[in-house]
Design a protein around this ligand. Structure first.
Ligand SMILES: C[C@@H](O)[C@H](N)C(=O)O
Ligand SMILES: C[C@@H](O)[C@H](N)C(=O)O
Lengths: 167, 167
């Protein structure tokens, strides 16, 4: 029978940043990504949650490889000047853990169970990007290995985990 | 040669909600999902972006099928009472458009190009959950069909799109 989670991957080579106060109009997300891509920066997880204040600006958070972090300020400097009030902030040092589901009926709640596996190991979740069969959680860098083991154990995976990016 | 995007799906049967001021400690995300899953609610896209204020509370936004929206208030009432200052807000009427990539080198910037396809059609992006090869964008419900056509056209997909959830 199909396992609920087919595999889990840990990437310890990522950094997280957010751009705050992005104009909430068509083209902003596209321009942000274009500037980064043009500088050869690869974005891994990109998250934008629902509008929360009437202030109108939006925040986009993303993760990228640590080596690329130094390229970001130049890549975005023109855009940040153009978008009055916008700025970049760095998140804490992180690790990214992602699971790939086996397409179970979603009332099984696989994403929530992955959050439970992390909570049981007292790991705080910093960022979440989940869609259908794939759940990505960002945790503090120090919790990376513990997170991989916790999810592995919770879903009874034997050799289905992958580590990448460790230095 | 591999296409950059293998397929795109539109779901017009989703609603978006956010829970605001969630205690930022291990277990919050897991408890939120457990309460919803126990009421038979299926979560599709779940997004939590980086901490932005020192206020300490976090926001989790998610999408679910419209029929399940009426079950949410009861499902979460105990938790929302327990989490002082937390509350639920409904987002605007939405559609979800997701593309599945073909695993191109990420410097191609497929997610950003999908945002560009939407921007070219003057479609505002309300929520983003992107991880590696899959990009999910939430747009206003009225933009759903236009979004599917725009992404389809931009990536030159012929019969690789799927519509679901239309009433
Ligand atoms: C904030 C950003 O996502 C904007 N709404 C856009 O469509 O690009
Ligand atoms: C806010 C929520 O994600 C919390 N940090 C948790 O780990 O559950």
């Amino acid at each position: 029978k199909e396992p609920e989670v087919r595999g889990v991957a840990l990437d310890t080579n990522q950094a997280q940043i957010s751009v705050i106060n992005i104009p909430d109009i068509p083209g902003s997300a596209a321009s942000l990504c274009r500037k980064l891509t043009e500088s050869g920066i690869c974005l891994d997880t990109i998250v934008q949650s629902e509008r929360q204040h009437e202030s109108g600006g939006r925040t986009i958070s993303f993760t990228l490889s640590r080596d690329d972090r130094k390229l970001v300020d130049d890549a975005l400097s023109t855009l940040l000047k153009e978008w009055k009030g916008s700025y970049l902030i760095d998140g804490i040092a992180i690790a990214r853990i992602s699971s790939v589901g086996a397409g179970m009926p979603c009332t099984v709640g696989t994403a929530g169970r992955m959050f439970r596996a992390l909570a049981n190991a007292s790991i705080n979740i910093e960022m979440i990007a989940t869609s259908e069969i794939r759940t990505s959680c960002i945790v503090s860098e120090n919790d990376g290995t513990k997170a991989l083991q916790a999810v592995h154990k919770f879903f009874e995976l034997n050799n289905n985990s992958v580590r990448s990016g460790g230095s």
